[in-house]
Design a protein around this ligand. Structure first.
Ligand code: ASP
Length: 602
């Protein structure tokens, strides 16, 4: 018999197990009036105990729900006394009959019944937990992280992980249905200084040498294309030693994908398919085709390469209208751009001052804010009245499509930072004006990113995406003459202002890859040392290929409506990169250091 068919045979002979039963006959989330009269055994944690007259009620909780247990002093005083001693979070097994409740709670599926307990057993007592295991808990972040296993008992956190599980299953279902195959790539790889900082792991067997943890399986997935696998994916842990924010963790999960014999169009369609599938099965939303806009357009209209298009405000440039009228701030600026805050002409001096302070915060970095109030009575009032006539101001407000009652807000300065600051102001006003619906999802593709980014400090180009990204073919000649103008065959999927994924068509030609490394400042020897394996592989029949990777934690967070990806990771690290539950990073023993040939400076 073929070994594979033997395995299938084995699986077929397994009787279906019901993993939720075992010590119990039912879970705490499934009994209803239909089960009235049934003798059951439930297991779970004591959520709450209440005494009312001769009755004691206990809410017993497990992963599936809460069921009310009742003990009656008149019927069984000993048992009732024992029940009263049960503390919060004791693990209990209770046996009894399902009965209709007189005081029904229609908010939960089991709220019409209760269990008249005949006997129970304490499976394990519990210390009083350091915070309440409730949806709204009294536990602060630090405590909840230190006792994460208790935090994970809370409905809200458990639901996040259930959502994550479902997203993973559905991602696999979709990609499997499209002939993608999941292949694991190594976790101990080679350090390359490009991109973020690597986490490194010393090798005991190779003294003085280090592995690095992958920032992504990028080169491996490309090698899998050279190997002919054609459609690869992996739900994979990636590691980046970066400063942390709400949407960053030192270890995070990607849905990493690569395809051969495809154009950018094929990739966008395939993964738009994945996104639509997830929206449909997880969020019950049927989405129409995602808009696509170029990086340039995104920057001009939204001041961001990850625009939130849930609301319509767009940036409007007015440099041509306002320069040369004697107002220094505008005359000296590279760009003058702004937004129309609809219906805000009645903003008070105080409100405008507050907004001005807001744009001047270091995070936004603007030097000031100019306003034009288009009063409901048609009057125009502005902070630049001295320099611009009423006609000028009219011309400006017309460019913004402003009507009576609107407030035009204008920033000026260097092009990129000013666009970004105005983009931030746009987001802030969108929020303040309540223009963002809570269950609104607006995905879009941003395409045609620049290939390279010039860094003023180090005086060199960096790859905007990564060094393996192919230039748009007609721009290849510009690589020699004007590298900064070369567009990349790269794309990002953005949902509600969050970059959910990004990828590119790759270079599959050794010479072009070499040229790219050169532009990025690699010596030939460095390029060979770090990426020789990839360039060599390109000499053995590398197919044209491209791919994408999605931030799985971020995607879960967007779907779950959370603020931080931490809420969607079972055991996350804090802002300092620490796991405060297991208390790591931590020191290691001198013997371990010696074995690794490492001496610490401090
Ligand atoms: N490896 C890239 C990243 O992690 C994604 C890609 O190009 O597929 O950003």
């Amino acid at each position: 018999m073929h070994p594979a068919s033997g395995i299938r045979y084995l699986f077929r002979n397994f009787a279906p197990l019901n993993p939720v039963k075992m010590l119990r006959t039912h879970t705490c989330g499934e009994l209803t009036l239909e089960n009235a009269g049934l003798e059951v055994t439930l297991c779970g944690w004591v959520q709450k105990t209440r005494e009312m007259g001769g009755l004691t009620f206990i809410d017993l909780r497990d992963r599936y729900g809460i069921t009310q247990l009742v003990f009656n002093m008149d019927i069984n005083p000993v048992l009732c006394q024992e029940a009263r001693k049960l503390g919060r979070e004791f693990v209990v097994s209770a046996k009894g009959k399902v009965a209709e409740r007189s005081n029904k709670n229609l908010k939960i599926p089991t709220g019409e019944i209760e269990i008249l307990v005949e006997s129970f057993e304490i499976l394990n007592p519990s210390k009083t937990p350091p915070f309440t295991i409730e949806d709204v808990t009294d536990g602060g972040e630090e405590f909840r992280m230190r006792y994460r296993y208790l935090d994970l008992r809370r409905n809200v956190v458990r639901k996040n992980l259930e959502l994550r599980h479902q997203m993973g299953i559905e991602t696999r279902n979709y990609l499997n249905s499209q002939q993608f195959i999941e292949i694991e790539t190594p976790v101990l790889i080679k350090s390359t200084p490009e991109g973020a900082r690597d986490f490194v792991v010393p090798s005991r067997m190779n003294a003085g040498q280090f592995y690095a943890l992958p920032q992504s399986p990028q080169t491996f997935k490309q090698l899998l294309m050279v190997a002919g696998f054609d459609r690869y994916f992996q739900l994979v842990k990636c590691f980046r030693d970066e400063d942390l924010r709400a949407d960053r963790q030192p270890e995070f999960t990607q849905i990493d994908c690569e395809m051969s014999f495809v154009t950018q169009e094929d990739i966008l369609n395939t993964f738009e398919g994945l996104a639509k599938h997830l929206f449909k099965v997880i969020k019950r939303l049927e989405l129409t085709n995602f808009p696509r806009i170029s990086y340039d357009q995104a920057m001009v209209e939204y001041g961001s390469d990850k625009p939130d298009i849930r609301f319509g405000i767009k940036l409007v440039e007015i440099s041509d209208l306002v320069k040369g009228k004697g107002f220094r701030v505008f005359d000296d600026a590279e760009i003058i751009t702004g937004i129309n805050a609809k219906g805000c002409s009645e903003y008070t001096r105080k409100q405008i001052d507050e907004l001005t302070d807001w744009v001047k915060r270091p995070q936004i970095g603007s030097s000031g804010l100019v306003y034009i109030k288009f009063g409901a009575d048609g009057s125009l009032k502005s902070s630049i009245d001295k320099f611009y006539t009423a006609d000028h101001l009219k011309e400006i407000t017309a460019r913004f499509n402003a009507s009576p009652g609107d407030l035009v807000l204008i920033l000026a300065g260097k092009t990129e930072p000013t666009r970004k600051a105005t983009g931030e102001l746009r987001l802030e006003m969108g929020k303040r004006l309540g223009m963002i619906g809570p269950d609104d999802f607006k995905p879009l593709w941003v395409v045609n990113f620049p290939l390279l980014e010039w860094d003023e400090e180090t005086h060199r180009f960096y790859a905007k995406h990564h060094p393996f990204t192919s230039p748009v073919l007609e721009d290849v000649p510009l690589l020699d003459t004007d590298p900064g103008a070369v567009r990349a065959n790269a794309y990002d999927l953005v949902i509600n202002g969050v970059e959910i994924g990004g990828g590119s068509i790759r270079i599959h030609n050794k010479e072009l890859q070499k040229q790219m490394f050169q532009i990025l400042g690699f010596t030939e020897a460095d390029a060979q040392d770090q990426f020789g394996f990839l360039m060599n592989a390109f000499e053995y029949g590398a197919p044209p290929h491209g791919g994408i990777a999605f931030g799985f934690d971020r995607w879960c967070t967007i779907f779950g409506g959370g603020d931080s990806i931490r809420d969607f990771i079972a055991f996350p690290k804090n802002n300092a990169g620490r796991d405060v539950m297991i208390d790591t990073p931590s020191k290691i023993k001198d013997e371990q250091l010696n074995e690794l040939n490492i001496r610490l400076l401090k």
